[in-house]
Design a protein around this ligand. Structure first.
Ligand code: ANZ
Length: 976
C-alpha cells in the first residue's frame, strides 16, 4: 500500500522553511526559493559512513555532514561527546540475520499443528516505491514483529508474512518517462525493500512472500472478478468519470484533489465512458452492521459509517404543471429526509444532469439551461457541493405543484444538487436548509417558515433554522393534511402516512456509497478477464481454466490520449476467439485498479503456493481472521472497505469462513521530521520574540541550530537571549523539505536493534511523533549498557570476551522482585500494544541490575527473553553466549510470579500535630515503635521530634503515623 497517499497533515499552516533567512509577511506567505538548503541544519540526518570516527569500541564518534572542518571542531567544543557503537552490533546483526535465513527460523510450516492456538499478525503490505523504505514503515513493522515474536514464545502458531502491492501508477509513469518496463523497476524496488526489511531483523516467513504482479497471484484476483461477474456484482455502465487528459487515464475520486490529479496536479474533467463497476452498494447494509462487532479504532469505524452514509427518508412526487398551470402526467420525484418541512417547499431543484430535464424545460429557457449543464459537467461533485461555494442555477421555465400546500412552485436547475444521489431532484425548503436559504435569498424565491424551535425561541430571519421543532403554517384541509402543532418527528410520520395513502410517496433508504469504479486505462494492472464478440459486441467472461490471463509485453506505455488504454496497442494479444462459439472476439483493454490486488492478499498468505484454489478451506478456517492488522490511518476507508466487501462476497460463495477479514485494526501514528526552530527578526536584523512578531506586519525568519536553543517552560528560546521566544515546528518528512530520514543510514550507524527500539520508544504507538536523533542515541546507550552488564567491558585490545559475566548463584529476593516486576510490566505492555512503556520497564531493570554485585544466570536469562521481541539480534547473541545452542525465537516467554510482585515496603506519611511533615519507607508489617524510631532518625522529621515531649501517637499500620506533641510543654514558636 502506498504510504505517500496519506492526507493527514498535522501542521497544515506551517510555512515551508527552506532557507535560514527569508522574508515573511504575517498576511501573505511569499514564495521561498525551493532549491536553497539551510546553511545550518541542526542535528543533520545525513549520516555518512566515511565521517564516522571510532575511538575503540564504545568511543566517541560523529557522523555529521558539515560544510567545513572548523564547523565540526567548533561543534565538538560546544557539545557533550556522544557514545556511538556502544556494542558490536555490526558483527552481531548480520550474523543472526544469516542464521535466521539459513535455518528458515520463522517459517510457518504448511501443515501446522492445528490443536495449538494461532495468531495471524499482518502489516499493510507496501507499495515498493523507488524511494525505498521510509522510517514510517518500520514503525508498524516493528510493532507487528514484537507481537509475532511474543506470541511465538507463548506457544502460538504465528503467521507473519510480507509481500508487495506491486501494480501501480508510479512504475507506469516512470516507464512512460524512461521507457523502462514497469516490471524491471518494480522488481528492482522489491529487491531493495526486501533487503532493507531483512536488515531490520523482522521475523517474516519469507517462504510465503507474494507479489500482486505475479501471474500465479493475479490469476486469483481475476478469478474473484469472474465470481463477481457471475453474480451480477460486476457490470458495465456508461458513467461520467474523472478524465485526466495529461495522464490519459480515468482517475478515482480520491485521486482528484481540488479539480486536479493528486499525482502531478494535472487538470481533470468529467467525461462519460464505458466502465466496469462493482456493486459494493449491494453490501452497504452488511458493511455497516458488521462494523459494530469489530475491534477497530472508533474513528475508522465512524469514517466507514459516514462513507457508507445510510440515510433514512422518503420519496415524494411533485406533479409538473403546463404553461396554463394545469397538472400534466409528468412527475418529479424528490428524495427528502425532512418530510416535516414539506409545506415550506417553495421551489424544486433538479440536478443539471437530471434525465427528465430536457422534457420539462421551456423553449425560452432551453439555451440558458443547456449552457449551465455544460459548465456543470466540468465540475467535480466535491466542487459542486462545497458549502462555501456560491450557489448558482437557472430557471427551467416550468412549475410543479407542492402536493401538500397545493401551490405552484418553480423548478430550478442548480449544481448543488447531484444527479448521482437520491433521485437527482429535491424539494427546496429555504427556511430550514442552509443551501436552499442561500439560493432563495439570492434569487428572491419566497421563504416560508414551517418549524419553530422546541424551546419557543424565535428563529433568526437572516438564516435557515435547520433543527427540529414544532410545526407551524402546515395545514391544507383540501388535501386532508394538518400537521400544525406536531413535533418534527410526529409530523414526518403523519406526512408519510398521508403520502402513502394518496399514492404520492413512500419511505426510502439511500446511501452515500457509490458503486466502485473498477476499470483503469492503464497498462500496469491486472487484465480484466472479459472478451467482446466482434459481431455483436456481447461481453463474455474468459474461462476460469484459461486463467491467469497474463499481461502482454509492451514497449510503448504511453496513453493513447483518446481514452483507449495502452493495452489497445498489444494488437496480437487483443485478438482472440470465443472458445464456445469459435467466433472472433477482442479482449478487454482496461485493467483493474491497484486496490484489486490488496483486497484479498491476506488470504493468499495462508496458502501462497496453492495452484488449485485461492486458499485451501482447512487452512483458511484455521488462520482466519487476521488477528491484528497494522497500517496507516490513510487506509481507513477505501482499502479497508473494499477488502471487507470482497471478503463478504467470498463468504457468500463459501471460500472463506468468517464474515469479516480483520478482527483488530491498529493505526500507527505518523513520524514527523525533526523539530525545526526559527527565530524572527525585524527588518534591521534584530531578533524579536515570536509572540510579538505578528505585531510587526513584516519580519524575517532565521533557522536556528538546536545547539543554540533551550527550553524555557512550555517554550523554546535562544540560549544566549532567553527573552527571544522561537517558533518550533515539526513537518511531515518529504524530499522537498530535505528532512527525510533513511532507515539504512540509522541501521549502519546505530544498528537495527537501536532503530527498532527507538521507533517503539518514541511515544505511544498510535500517536504522531517527531524524529529526534538524540533519542536513538539514548536507546543505543541502553543497549550498550545491557551488553556491558552481561558481557562486560571490552578487553584492552578493544574486543569483547567470549561468553558472559553471569554467575550460577541463586538469585536474591531483591533480584527476583526486580525481574518479576519487569516481566509483568513488559508482558502487560506488549499485550496492550504500549511498547514504549515496556521499554521503560526494561531500562529500569537494567538500572537496578547495575547495583548488584553478581548477575545470576537465572535472572539474566529471563531478562534476555524479555528483550528478544524488541532487540532480537542482541538477544540471540546473548542467548547463545549464555550457552544455548538453539535460537531464542521459540523459547518460552517468562511468566511473572505474583509472589514477587507484592511490594515489601510502603511509604508511610508522617504527620506532626496533624500536618504532614514527611514520609518514611517501612517494611509492610512494621510496628508503631519501629515506625516512630525511623521517623525520629529521619533527617527532616527529626528536627520536629527530637527532644519534644509527646502527648499521643496515632498509628494506622501501612497508612499513617501521626504524632501529637504536648504543646503546653513546648516553647512557643518552636514548631510550626
Ligand atoms: C428537504 C429538506 C428540508 C432537506 C430541510 C433537508 C433539510 P442526507 O441526510 O445526506 O441523505 N438532497 C437530496 N437529494 C440530493 C441531491 N441529489 N443532491 C443534493 N442534495 C440532496 O441528505 C438528504 C437531504 O439532502 C434531503 O432532504 C435533500 O434536502 C437533500 F429542512 O429535503 B432535504
Amino acid at each position: 500500500m502506498n504510504l505517500t497517499h496519506t492526507k493527514l497533515q498535522p501542521f497544515p499552516h506551517s510555512p515551508p522553511l527552506t532557507h535560514p533567512t527569508f522574508l515573511f509577511s504575517s498576511r501573505s506567505l511569499l514564495p521561498f526559493p525551493r532549491n536553497l538548503k539551510p546553511a545550518h541544519v541542526s542535528r543533520s540526518f545525513l549520516y555518512k559512513k566515511h565521517t564516522l570516527l571510532r575511538y575503540g569500541c564504545f568511543g566517541v564518534s560523529r557522523s555529521r555532514t558539515r560544510s567545513s572542518i572548523s564547523e565540526v571542531e567548533e561543534e565538538q567544543k560546544q557539545k557533550p561527546v556522544l557514545v556511538k557503537r556502544a556494542y558490536p552490533f555490526d558483527e552481531i546483526e548480520p550474523k543472526w540475520q544469516r542464521y535466521w535465513e539459513q535455518n528458515r527460523t520463522f517459517r510457518t510450516p504448511n501443515d501446522v499443528d492445528t490443536s495449538k492456538p494461532k495468531f495471524y499478525v499482518l502489516d499493510m503490505f507496501p507499495y515498493p516505491s523507488g524511494a525505498g523504505l521510509h522510517v514510517g514503515h518500520p514503525l508498524g513493522y516493528t510493532a507487528t514483529d514484537i507481537l509475532a515474536r511474543f506470541k511465538r514464545m507463548q506457544g502460538y502458531n504465528v503467521l507473519h508474512p510480507m509481500g508487495w502491492d506491486a501494480f501501480g501508477l508510479p512504475a507506469e509513469q516512470y516507464a512512460i518517462e524512461t521507457g523502462t518496463h514497469p516490471k524491471l523497476t518494480t522488481f528492482r524496488n522489491i529487491n531493495r525493500f526486501r533487503s532493507q526489511l531483512k536488515s531490520l531483523g523482522f521475523s517474516y516467513d519469507w517462504d510465503r512472500e507474494i507479489s500482486t504482479i505475479e501471474p500465479e497471484y493475479y490469476k486469483w484476483t481475476q478469478w474473484i472478478f469472474l465470481q463477481l461477474l457471475k453474480r451480477g456484482l460486476a457490470y458495465q455502465a456508461e458513467v461520467p468519470v474523472n478524465w485526466c487528459p495529461a495522464l490519459g487515464t480515468v482517475l478515482a475520486n480520491e485521486e482528484v484533489v481540488d479539480g486536479v490529479s493528486e499525482r502531478g496536479g494535472h487538470p481533470v474533467i468529467r467525461k462519460p465512458m464505458r466502465q466496469w463497476m462493482l456493486k459494493i452498494t449491494a453490501y452497504a447494509d452488511r458493511l455497516l452492521e458488521d462494523l459494530d462487532e469489530l475491534d477497530w479504532p472508533e474513528s475508522i469505524k465512524e469514517m466507514q459509517r459516514n462513507w457508507i452514509g445510510r440515510s433514512e427518508g422518503a420519496e415524494v412526487e411533485f406533479c409538473v404543471l403546463d404553461s396554463d398551470g394545469r397538472e400534466t402526467d409528468m412527475k418529479i420525484t424528490v428524495y427528502t429526509t425532512r418530510l416535516d418541512t414539506i409545506f415550506g417547499a417553495t421551489y424544486l431543484v433538479v440536478a443539471p444532469e437530471y434525465t427528465l430535464l430536457s422534457s420539462i424545460v421551456s423553449t425560452e429557457q432551453r439555451e440558458s439551461v443547456e449552457g449551465y449543464q455544460d459548465i456543470a459537467s466540468r465540475k467535480s461533485d466535491l466542487e459542486r457541493t462545497e458549502l462555501q461555494k456560491e450557489k448558482t442555477g437557472v430557471f427551467s421555465g416550468c412549475y410543479a405543484k407542492n402536493p401538500t400546500s397545493g401551490e405552484p412552485i418553480p423548478i430550478w436547475v442548480a449544481d448543488y444538487v447531484l444527479g448521482s444521489y437520491g433521485t437527482g431532484a429535491i424539494m427546496a425548503v429555504p427556511a430550514h436548509d442552509a443551501r436552499d436559504h442561500e439560493f432563495a435569498s439570492k434569487l428572491n424565491i419566497p421563504i416560508k417558515w414551517v418549524v419553530t424551535p422546541n424551546n419557543g425561541s424565535c428563529v433568526e430571519s437572516g438564516k435557515a433554522y435547520s433543527g427540529e421543532g414544532i410545526i407551524v403554517n402546515s395545514s391544507n384541509l383540501k388535501v386532508g393534511l394538518d400537521i400544525n402543532g406536531l413535533s418534527s418527528k410526529e409530523a414526518a410520520y403523519r406526512v408519510i402516512e398521508w403520502a402513502e395513502k394518496v399514492g404520492k410517496g413512500k419511505k426510502k433508504v439511500n446511501y452515500k456509497l457509490r458503486d466502485w469504479l473498477f476499470a483503469r486505462q492503464r497498462y500496469w494492472g491486472e487484465p480484466i478477464p472479459v472478451i467482446f464478440l466482434e459481431d455483436s459486441g456481447e461481453s463474455l467472461p474468459v474461462l476460469e481454466s484459461e486463467l491467469p490471463l497474463t499481461l502482454p509485453e509492451l514497449d510503448d506505455f504511453t496513453p493513447s490520449g483518446t481514452g483507449e488504454p495502452p493495452l489497445s496497442k498489444a494488437v496480437s494479444w487483443i485478438k482472440t476467439i470465443d472458445p464456445s462459439s469459435g467466433k472472433p472476439a477482442t479482449r478487454e483493454t482496461n485493467t483493474m485498479p491497484q486496490w484489486a490486488g490488496s483486497c484479498w492478499y491476506y488470504l493468499r498468505f495462508m496458502d501462497p503456493k496453492n495452484s488449485n484454489e485461492l486458499v485451501d478451506k482447512a487452512k483458511e478456517k484455521y488462520w482466519s481472521p487476521v488477528d491484528v492488522y497494522v497500517g496507516g490511518a490513510e487506509h481507513a476507508v477505501l482499502h479497508l472497505l473494499y477488502s471487507r466487501f470482497w471478503h463478504k462476497v467470498l463468504y457468500d460463495i463459501g471460500v472463506v469462513s468468517t464474515k469479516e477479514p480483520f478482527k483488530c485494526v491498529i493505526n500507527q501514528g505518523i513520524i514527523l521530521g525533526e523539530v525545526q526552530y526559527t527565530a524572527c527578526k525585524d527588518t534591521d536584523g534584530n531578533y524579536i520574540s515570536a509572540d510579538s512578531a505578528d505585531d510587526l506586519g513584516e519580519y524575517l525568519q532565521e533557522i536556528i541550530p538546536e545547539e543554540r536553543v533551550v527550553k524555557s517552560g512550555e517554550f523554546f528560546v535562544l540560549k544566549d537571549n532567553p527573552n527571544i521566544r522561537l517558533i518550533a515546528r515539526a513537518h511531515k518528512m518529504s524530499k522537498s523539505r530535505g528532512n527525510v530520514v533513511n532507515p539504512d543510514d540509522v541501521v549502519s550507524e546505530y544498528g537495527a536493534d537501536s532503530l527498532r527500539l527507538y521507533e517503539m520508544f518514541m511515544g505511544p504507538f498510535r500517536d504522531s511523533k517527531t524524529w529526534n536523533t538524540s533519542g536513538i542515541e539514548g536507546v543505543h546507550r541502553f543497549l550498550g549498557r545491557t551488553w556491558r552488564l552481561i558481557v562486560g567491558s571490552p578487553l584492552h585490545h578493544g574486543a569483547f570476551r567470549d561468553g558472559t559475566l553471569v554467575t550460577d548463584e541463586e538469585p536474591t529476593t531483591e533480584q527476583l522482585r526486580a525481574l518479576h516486576k519487569c516481566i509483568a510490566k513488559v508482558t502487560e505492555e506488549i499485550e496492550g500494544t504500549r511498547f514504549n512503556t515496556g521499554i521503560s520497564a526494561m531500562m529500569e531493570f537494567i538500572n537496578a541490575a547495575y547495583k548488584w554485585d553478581k548477575q545470576p544466570k537465572a535472572i539474566i536469562e529471563a531478562f534476555v527473553l524479555l528483550l528478544s521481541p524488541y532487540a532480537p539480534h542482541m538477544a540471540e547473541e546473548l542467548w547463545s553466549r549464555l550457552g544455548h545452542p538453539d535460537s531464542i525465537a521459540y523459547e518460552a516467554f517468562p511468566k511473572a510470579d505474583p509472589a514477587y510482585l507484592k511490594e515489601s515496603t510502603v511509604i508511610l506519611p508522617v504527620q506532626i500535630n496533624g500536618k504532614t511533615r514527611g514520609t518514611i519507607q517501612v517494611e509492610k508489617g512494621c510496628s508503631e515503635e519501629d515506625a516512630f524510631t525511623l521517623a525520629s532518625q529521619d533527617e527532616k522529621l527529626s528536627k520536629y521530634l527530637n527532644g519534644k515531649p509527646i502527648k499521643k501517637r496515632i498509628f494506622v499500620p501501612g497508612k499513617i503515623l501521626n504524632v501529637i506533641l504536648d504543646s503546653q510543654n513546648v516553647k512557643a514558636g518552636s514548631i510550626q
